[in-house]
Design a protein around this ligand. Sequence first.
Ligand SMILES: O=C(O)CCC(=O)C(=O)O
Ligand SMILES: [Fe+2]
Length: 324
Amino acid sequence: MSTISLPIIDFGAYLDPSSTSKQRSEVDHAIDDAFRRFGVLYLQNHGVPLDLYDKIRALGHQFFGLPLEEKRKHLVGSQVRGYCFPDETIIETHGTYCEGIAFYPPVNHYSNGLAPDADPDSPDARLPTSPDALGGQDSWPGDEFRALVEEYLEHIAQLNKRMLASIAASLGLSALSHAQLQDTVTHITFNGYPPLSSAQIENGGQSMPEHKDPGCLTYLNQDIVSASLQIQDRDGQWCGVPPIPGTFIVNVGTVLSQWTGGQYVDILHRVIHCHEKSRVSVATLVDPPFDHIPKPLSEFATGKNDLAKDEIPPFGSLYVERYG
Ligand SMILES: O=C(O)CCC(=O)C(=O)O
Ligand SMILES: [Fe+2]
């Protein structure tokens, strides 16, 4: 398996109040170029404290190291939220060797036009596009776990805001389109990968099957073990993505690609983890609201092949279809 050398973007200019607009625009250009060519990049100097960045993966190791009956206490009756183990992973299960635990905001956060503090159990909080796909409430393995994850997500929210501002600048978006970009919801999922045996690999087993992330952007924090994450390059070849300490792998999801009229690549990726140590990755996924209709932003609408609004399923129906 060959590995791929992806752009490493230093995001420091976005954190340094004394940086010049020229320095920021160089960063904008580098991100834009990487998303057009690869749909994925490494981000360093991202502003998430590195001790927290490491602690988050350590939490994952602690959790996945618990006995199965302990982990099963965090099954919440959803294929998305809570604990998922090999037979119940969120993607097609056959030949898949990955367990996960995921935390989502209440369902109503996925709906435009509803107050974020509405009671998630109220029938009004649920749009037709997001019935029960997410399931009930998060199940936290402990208070410390929750506090660290919430702190981490606050940092990622700031980072994501800056990333989207950078993208809006390089794409030359209007204030309205930039506001649409920023209207997102974030969830976090911990993935635990036991090593695949050679027999499993011979039988075509994969740790996580190939997929594209459905939403806007994914921020991946992964163990420094091996190039187990693979992406498909433009020639259709699978290439390993070697981990680089302290960086996030940031990749484009399908909705962001659609917003740019396909100019940004929603990268196909999978995980095959064959190494003596188990691997943990923590993916923070930024999505549009469930009732969002994904179509090119006005800056990228060609008018030619654009579907009418009522022909495009809302983003949430994808969740219902895949996981509902
Ligand atoms: O673990 C990885 O490297 C990738 C995880 C992933 O693709 C996902 O959670 O969507
Ligand atoms: Fe993914």
